[in-house]
Ligand binder design. Structure first.
Ligand code: 13P
Length: 250
């Protein structure tokens, strides 16, 4: 049985004092959850978040990283830098980074390899735009993004990659994919992985859904056959709301 991973993506929100308060409030609310709880926070919150979440079941991730270990890349943060302070997860290839910061399938692939080289667990985002959805291209887009993201990884690395299926039209819009559509898209991604890396590997890969997940729709989404939790934006900023998503099965 695959575990469920419920990850928050705070995006460019939360000052350190807000991060500390949120995690302090969240800790008792999720301490008994059997689901994995992750918060991916801005770089400037990482250290505070790690200290506050120490000795809890809340794991901390970053939202991006550079693929080189060090060098003349002003403003960038590398895998060894994240690892050195105790970060465990890193989101890679979020659609906002693809859209606003020229992230490509190639850089996504390099970053995933760099994440593994530094013992960080990548949460890799794929998803179609509204135009692509309306043109009936969802399956083609998301399976191709998945294939390119995972290219050159070992079976073991693929097994340990978390994929987040996030339809772009559902992000921050209040429009959620129906649980049936989201589950079907995730099945397509899993079949593609099975085709390339074998069914054994594909059955182990955690594939989340993201896009306007809230406490009111989490249960329906996460109880489908193939959705293994979620990547949560807006609803991860408030401890109580996020805890209800984490505890969707209670
Ligand atoms: P929302 O939950 O705010 O729609 O954001 C989803 C997302 O982009 C998570 O990475």
């Amino acid at each position: 049985m695959r575990r469920k991973v419920i990850a928050g993506n705070w995006k460019m929100n939360m000052l350190p004092n807000e991060a500390i308060s949120m995690i302090t409030e969240l800790t008792p609310l999720v301490k008994d959850s059997e689901n994995e709880v992750v918060l991916c926070v801005p770089y400037t919150d990482l250290f505070y978040a790690l200290l506050t979440a120490q000795d809890t079941n809340i794991k901390i991730g970053a939202q991006n990283m550079h693929f080189e270990e060090k060098g003349a890349y002003t403003g960038e943060v590398s895998g060894p830098m994240l690892k050195s302070i105790g970060v465990e997860y890193v989101i890679i290839g979020h659609s906002e980074r693809r859209q606003y910061f020229a992230e490509t399938d190639e850089t996504v692939n390099k970053k995933i390899k760099a994440a593994f080289a530094n013992d960080l667990k990548p949460i890799v985002c794929v998803g179609e735009s509204l135009d692509e959805k309306e043109a009936g291209k969802t399956a083609e887009i998301i399976t191709n993004q998945t294939k390119l993201a995972l290219e050159g990884l070992t079976n073991e690395q693929v097994r340990n990659t978390i994929i987040a299926y996030e339809p772009i039209w559902a992000i921050g819009t209040g429009k959620t994919a129906t649980s049936e559509d989201a589950n079907n898209s995730i099945k397509c991604i899993r079949s593609k992985i099975a085709e390339i890396y074998g069914n054994d590997v594909a059955q182990d890969v955690i594939i989340q859904y993201g896009g306007s997940v809230k406490s009111s729709n989490a249960k329906e989404l996460f109880e489908t056959s193939d959705i293994d939790g979620g990547l949560i934006g807006g609803a991860s900023l408030k401890a109580e709301e996020f805890s209800k998503i984490v505890n969707y099965n209670k």
